[in-house]
Write a protein that binds this ligand. Structure first.
Ligand SMILES: Nc1ncnc2c1ncn2[C@@H]1O[C@H](COP(=O)(O)OP(=O)(O)O)[C@@H](O)[C@H]1O
Ligand SMILES: [Mg+2]
Length: 274
Protein backbone atom coordinates (compact mmCIF):
# COMPACT_ATOMS: atom_id res chain seq x y z
CA UNK A 1 0.00 0.00 0.00
CA UNK A 2 1.19 3.48 -0.84
CA UNK A 3 0.82 5.94 2.02
CA UNK A 4 -1.13 9.05 1.28
CA UNK A 5 -3.30 7.37 -1.33
CA UNK A 6 -6.71 6.20 -0.21
CA UNK A 7 -7.28 2.56 -0.92
CA UNK A 8 -10.51 0.69 -0.45
CA UNK A 9 -10.03 -3.01 -0.99
CA UNK A 10 -12.92 -5.42 -1.18
CA UNK A 11 -11.71 -8.99 -1.11
CA UNK A 12 -13.88 -11.99 -2.08
CA UNK A 13 -16.92 -10.46 -0.43
CA UNK A 14 -20.06 -12.58 -0.18
CA UNK A 15 -23.43 -11.91 1.44
CA UNK A 16 -26.00 -14.68 1.73
CA UNK A 17 -29.63 -14.40 2.69
CA UNK A 18 -30.53 -18.03 3.35
CA UNK A 19 -29.62 -19.98 0.22
CA UNK A 20 -29.56 -16.84 -1.93
CA UNK A 21 -26.25 -15.01 -2.44
CA UNK A 22 -27.02 -11.30 -2.85
CA UNK A 23 -23.33 -10.57 -3.38
CA UNK A 24 -20.98 -13.34 -4.39
CA UNK A 25 -17.20 -13.38 -4.32
CA UNK A 26 -16.79 -9.71 -5.21
CA UNK A 27 -13.27 -8.28 -5.30
CA UNK A 28 -12.70 -4.61 -6.12
CA UNK A 29 -9.78 -2.33 -5.37
CA UNK A 30 -10.28 1.42 -5.58
CA UNK A 31 -7.25 3.66 -5.28
CA UNK A 32 -7.20 7.40 -4.96
CA UNK A 33 -10.29 9.54 -5.06
CA UNK A 34 -12.08 7.89 -7.94
CA UNK A 35 -15.73 8.39 -8.77
CA UNK A 36 -17.21 4.95 -9.30
CA UNK A 37 -20.61 4.03 -10.73
CA UNK A 38 -22.17 0.67 -9.93
CA UNK A 39 -24.83 -0.49 -12.36
CA UNK A 40 -26.97 -3.59 -12.78
CA UNK A 41 -30.56 -4.80 -12.87
CA UNK A 42 -32.76 -4.96 -9.80
CA UNK A 43 -31.57 -7.60 -7.37
CA UNK A 44 -28.01 -7.56 -8.78
CA UNK A 45 -26.65 -6.82 -5.30
CA UNK A 46 -25.73 -3.14 -5.65
CA UNK A 47 -27.40 -1.96 -2.44
CA UNK A 48 -26.15 -4.94 -0.46
CA UNK A 49 -22.60 -4.17 -1.59
CA UNK A 50 -22.80 -0.54 -0.43
CA UNK A 51 -24.50 -1.58 2.82
CA UNK A 52 -21.68 -4.00 3.58
CA UNK A 53 -19.05 -1.33 2.93
CA UNK A 54 -20.85 0.99 5.35
CA UNK A 55 -21.44 -1.93 7.75
CA UNK A 56 -25.21 -1.57 7.67
CA UNK A 57 -25.05 -5.22 6.63
CA UNK A 58 -22.53 -7.82 7.76
CA UNK A 59 -20.60 -9.84 5.21
CA UNK A 60 -21.02 -13.61 5.19
CA UNK A 61 -17.51 -14.11 3.82
CA UNK A 62 -14.61 -12.02 2.63
CA UNK A 63 -13.12 -8.77 3.81
CA UNK A 64 -13.25 -5.01 3.39
CA UNK A 65 -10.09 -3.03 3.97
CA UNK A 66 -9.62 0.72 4.09
CA UNK A 67 -5.96 1.68 4.06
CA UNK A 68 -4.31 -0.66 6.57
CA UNK A 69 -7.48 -1.26 8.56
CA UNK A 70 -9.85 -4.16 8.13
CA UNK A 71 -13.36 -2.80 8.69
CA UNK A 72 -15.36 -6.00 8.07
CA UNK A 73 -15.77 -6.95 11.72
CA UNK A 74 -15.47 -3.65 13.60
CA UNK A 75 -17.85 -3.21 16.52
CA UNK A 76 -18.95 -0.42 18.87
CA UNK A 77 -17.05 2.83 18.71
CA UNK A 78 -14.65 1.66 15.99
CA UNK A 79 -17.60 0.68 13.80
CA UNK A 80 -19.31 4.04 14.32
CA UNK A 81 -16.04 5.79 13.51
CA UNK A 82 -15.81 3.86 10.24
CA UNK A 83 -19.45 4.63 9.43
CA UNK A 84 -18.74 8.33 9.83
CA UNK A 85 -15.81 8.00 7.41
CA UNK A 86 -18.04 6.52 4.72
CA UNK A 87 -21.23 8.55 4.63
CA UNK A 88 -24.29 7.05 2.98
CA UNK A 89 -26.83 8.81 0.75
CA UNK A 90 -30.13 7.09 -0.06
CA UNK A 91 -32.68 7.23 -2.85
CA UNK A 92 -35.36 8.44 -0.42
CA UNK A 93 -33.06 11.06 1.22
CA UNK A 94 -33.81 9.71 4.75
CA UNK A 95 -34.18 13.17 6.29
CA UNK A 96 -36.31 13.94 9.35
CA UNK A 97 -39.21 15.54 7.41
CA UNK A 98 -40.59 17.80 10.14
CA UNK A 99 -37.21 19.00 11.33
CA UNK A 100 -35.60 22.11 9.86
CA UNK A 101 -32.91 21.76 7.22
CA UNK A 102 -29.97 22.95 9.31
CA UNK A 103 -30.82 20.51 12.14
CA UNK A 104 -31.00 17.71 9.59
CA UNK A 105 -27.51 18.65 8.41
CA UNK A 106 -26.24 18.87 12.00
CA UNK A 107 -27.36 15.27 12.46
CA UNK A 108 -24.23 14.47 10.46
CA UNK A 109 -22.21 15.27 13.59
CA UNK A 110 -24.12 12.78 15.80
CA UNK A 111 -21.30 10.28 15.85
CA UNK A 112 -18.99 12.64 17.67
CA UNK A 113 -21.42 14.31 20.07
CA UNK A 114 -22.35 13.35 23.58
CA UNK A 115 -25.76 11.81 24.29
CA UNK A 116 -26.63 14.74 26.53
CA UNK A 117 -25.87 17.35 23.88
CA UNK A 118 -27.88 15.33 21.36
CA UNK A 119 -30.79 15.00 23.75
CA UNK A 120 -31.05 18.74 24.24
CA UNK A 121 -30.30 19.56 20.61
CA UNK A 122 -27.24 21.55 21.64
CA UNK A 123 -24.95 22.23 18.74
CA UNK A 124 -21.72 24.21 18.98
CA UNK A 125 -21.98 27.53 17.10
CA UNK A 126 -19.06 26.55 14.89
CA UNK A 127 -20.97 23.45 13.77
CA UNK A 128 -24.00 25.56 12.90
CA UNK A 129 -21.79 27.91 10.85
CA UNK A 130 -20.20 24.97 9.11
CA UNK A 131 -23.61 23.45 8.32
CA UNK A 132 -24.71 26.72 6.72
CA UNK A 133 -21.46 27.00 4.77
CA UNK A 134 -22.01 23.50 3.40
CA UNK A 135 -25.61 24.31 2.48
CA UNK A 136 -24.32 27.44 0.78
CA UNK A 137 -21.82 25.41 -1.19
CA UNK A 138 -24.70 23.27 -2.42
CA UNK A 139 -26.74 26.35 -3.32
CA UNK A 140 -29.51 25.86 -0.76
CA UNK A 141 -28.44 27.99 2.25
CA UNK A 142 -31.62 30.08 2.03
CA UNK A 143 -33.58 26.95 2.91
CA UNK A 144 -31.72 26.41 6.21
CA UNK A 145 -34.64 27.36 8.51
CA UNK A 146 -37.33 25.54 6.51
CA UNK A 147 -38.70 22.14 7.36
CA UNK A 148 -37.07 19.45 5.22
CA UNK A 149 -40.48 18.28 3.98
CA UNK A 150 -41.14 21.73 2.46
CA UNK A 151 -38.27 21.29 -0.03
CA UNK A 152 -38.32 19.73 -3.48
CA UNK A 153 -36.79 16.28 -3.95
CA UNK A 154 -33.66 17.72 -5.52
CA UNK A 155 -33.22 20.16 -2.64
CA UNK A 156 -33.82 17.38 -0.08
CA UNK A 157 -31.16 15.22 -1.69
CA UNK A 158 -28.74 18.17 -1.48
CA UNK A 159 -29.59 18.45 2.24
CA UNK A 160 -28.72 14.76 2.55
CA UNK A 161 -25.41 15.43 0.79
CA UNK A 162 -24.79 18.35 3.18
CA UNK A 163 -25.49 16.05 6.14
CA UNK A 164 -22.99 13.56 4.71
CA UNK A 165 -20.36 16.31 4.24
CA UNK A 166 -20.87 17.41 7.85
CA UNK A 167 -19.20 14.10 8.79
CA UNK A 168 -16.21 15.08 6.63
CA UNK A 169 -16.23 11.59 5.13
CA UNK A 170 -13.40 10.02 3.14
CA UNK A 171 -15.92 8.10 1.07
CA UNK A 172 -19.44 8.97 -0.04
CA UNK A 173 -21.65 5.96 -0.76
CA UNK A 174 -24.75 6.90 -2.72
CA UNK A 175 -27.47 4.29 -3.28
CA UNK A 176 -29.42 5.40 -6.37
CA UNK A 177 -29.24 9.05 -5.33
CA UNK A 178 -31.21 10.33 -8.33
CA UNK A 179 -33.72 7.52 -8.88
CA UNK A 180 -36.56 9.58 -7.35
CA UNK A 181 -35.70 12.84 -9.10
CA UNK A 182 -36.77 14.49 -12.35
CA UNK A 183 -34.01 14.90 -14.98
CA UNK A 184 -33.18 18.50 -14.04
CA UNK A 185 -32.80 17.77 -10.33
CA UNK A 186 -30.97 14.55 -11.13
CA UNK A 187 -28.39 16.60 -13.00
CA UNK A 188 -28.05 19.12 -10.16
CA UNK A 189 -27.46 16.32 -7.64
CA UNK A 190 -24.99 14.44 -9.85
CA UNK A 191 -23.13 17.69 -10.61
CA UNK A 192 -22.90 18.32 -6.85
CA UNK A 193 -21.48 14.84 -6.20
CA UNK A 194 -18.97 15.21 -9.02
CA UNK A 195 -17.90 18.65 -7.80
CA UNK A 196 -17.42 17.36 -4.24
CA UNK A 197 -15.33 14.56 -5.66
CA UNK A 198 -13.23 16.92 -7.81
CA UNK A 199 -12.76 19.69 -5.25
CA UNK A 200 -12.40 17.68 -2.04
CA UNK A 201 -10.83 14.52 -3.43
CA UNK A 202 -13.41 12.33 -1.71
CA UNK A 203 -14.02 8.87 -3.11
CA UNK A 204 -17.59 8.54 -4.41
CA UNK A 205 -19.27 5.20 -5.07
CA UNK A 206 -22.75 5.57 -6.53
CA UNK A 207 -25.27 2.92 -7.48
CA UNK A 208 -26.90 4.33 -10.56
CA UNK A 209 -30.02 3.24 -12.39
CA UNK A 210 -29.12 4.58 -15.81
CA UNK A 211 -26.15 3.75 -17.97
CA UNK A 212 -26.04 7.30 -19.28
CA UNK A 213 -25.45 8.77 -15.83
CA UNK A 214 -22.70 6.28 -15.08
CA UNK A 215 -21.04 7.02 -18.42
CA UNK A 216 -21.31 10.75 -18.01
CA UNK A 217 -20.18 11.22 -14.42
CA UNK A 218 -17.96 8.31 -13.45
CA UNK A 219 -14.29 7.51 -14.04
CA UNK A 220 -14.92 3.82 -13.64
CA UNK A 221 -18.03 1.70 -13.93
CA UNK A 222 -18.66 -1.61 -12.18
CA UNK A 223 -21.41 -3.79 -13.62
CA UNK A 224 -23.07 -6.34 -11.38
CA UNK A 225 -25.28 -9.24 -12.33
CA UNK A 226 -26.72 -11.80 -9.90
CA UNK A 227 -24.36 -10.74 -7.13
CA UNK A 228 -21.20 -10.90 -9.23
CA UNK A 229 -19.06 -8.29 -10.89
CA UNK A 230 -19.40 -8.87 -14.63
CA UNK A 231 -17.80 -5.62 -15.81
CA UNK A 232 -15.17 -3.32 -14.35
CA UNK A 233 -13.83 -0.67 -16.67
CA UNK A 234 -13.99 2.81 -18.08
CA UNK A 235 -17.15 4.41 -19.50
CA UNK A 236 -15.61 4.02 -22.97
CA UNK A 237 -15.38 0.26 -22.49
CA UNK A 238 -19.05 0.11 -21.56
CA UNK A 239 -20.35 -0.78 -24.99
CA UNK A 240 -23.86 -1.90 -25.90
CA UNK A 241 -22.70 -5.53 -25.91
CA UNK A 242 -21.31 -5.14 -22.39
CA UNK A 243 -24.55 -3.48 -21.26
CA UNK A 244 -26.45 -6.50 -22.56
CA UNK A 245 -24.26 -8.78 -20.44
CA UNK A 246 -24.82 -6.67 -17.38
CA UNK A 247 -28.59 -6.36 -17.69
CA UNK A 248 -29.11 -9.91 -18.91
CA UNK A 249 -29.83 -11.75 -22.10
CA UNK A 250 -33.50 -10.77 -21.94
CA UNK A 251 -32.55 -7.14 -22.35
CA UNK A 252 -32.65 -6.14 -26.00
CA UNK A 253 -30.01 -3.62 -26.89
CA UNK A 254 -29.28 -2.75 -30.49
CA UNK A 255 -26.53 -0.40 -31.55
CA UNK A 256 -29.31 2.14 -31.98
CA UNK A 257 -30.62 1.65 -28.44
CA UNK A 258 -31.20 5.05 -26.96
CA UNK A 259 -30.82 6.13 -23.39
CA UNK A 260 -34.61 6.46 -23.27
CA UNK A 261 -35.03 2.79 -24.21
CA UNK A 262 -32.60 1.72 -21.54
CA UNK A 263 -34.24 4.01 -18.98
CA UNK A 264 -37.62 2.45 -19.81
CA UNK A 265 -36.11 -1.01 -19.43
CA UNK A 266 -34.60 -0.12 -16.12
CA UNK A 267 -37.77 1.62 -14.96
CA UNK A 268 -39.49 -1.77 -14.90
CA UNK A 269 -37.28 -2.87 -12.06
CA UNK A 270 -37.63 0.41 -10.20
CA UNK A 271 -41.18 -0.61 -9.34
CA UNK A 272 -39.75 -3.57 -7.40
CA UNK A 273 -38.95 -3.21 -3.70
CA UNK A 274 -35.42 -2.01 -3.03
N1 LIG B 1 -32.61 -8.08 3.94
C1 LIG B 1 -32.74 -9.00 2.96
N2 LIG B 1 -33.26 -10.22 3.19
C2 LIG B 1 -33.35 -11.14 2.21
N3 LIG B 1 -32.94 -10.94 0.95
C3 LIG B 1 -32.42 -9.75 0.65
C4 LIG B 1 -32.28 -8.71 1.62
N4 LIG B 1 -31.71 -7.63 1.04
C5 LIG B 1 -31.51 -7.97 -0.25
N5 LIG B 1 -31.93 -9.23 -0.48
C6 LIG B 1 -31.83 -9.95 -1.76
O1 LIG B 1 -30.51 -9.83 -2.23
C7 LIG B 1 -30.49 -9.62 -3.64
C8 LIG B 1 -29.76 -8.33 -3.96
O2 LIG B 1 -30.53 -7.23 -3.50
P1 LIG B 1 -30.03 -5.73 -3.59
O3 LIG B 1 -28.68 -5.63 -3.03
O4 LIG B 1 -31.10 -4.89 -2.98
O5 LIG B 1 -29.96 -5.50 -5.16
P2 LIG B 1 -30.00 -4.15 -5.98
O6 LIG B 1 -29.69 -3.02 -5.07
O7 LIG B 1 -29.00 -4.33 -7.06
O8 LIG B 1 -31.40 -4.05 -6.54
C9 LIG B 1 -31.94 -9.66 -4.09
O9 LIG B 1 -32.23 -10.98 -4.52
C10 LIG B 1 -32.70 -9.33 -2.84
O10 LIG B 1 -33.99 -9.87 -2.87
MG1 LIG C 1 -30.76 -1.31 -4.64
Amino acid sequence: MIWGICVLRIDKLTKRFGANAAVENVSITIEGSAMIGVIGASGAGKSTLLRMINRLADASEGAIWYQDREVTHLTGKAKRQWQSECAMIFQQFNLVPRMDVVSNVLHGTLNRRSTLATLFNLYPTEDIHRAIDILDRLGIAENAPKRAEALSGGQQQRVAIARALMQDPKIILADEPIASLDPMNAQIVMDALRRIHDEDGRMVIANLHTLDTARRYCDRVIGMRKGRVVFDGTPEQLTTGVARDIYGAGAEFSEATTSTDIAALEAGREALPA
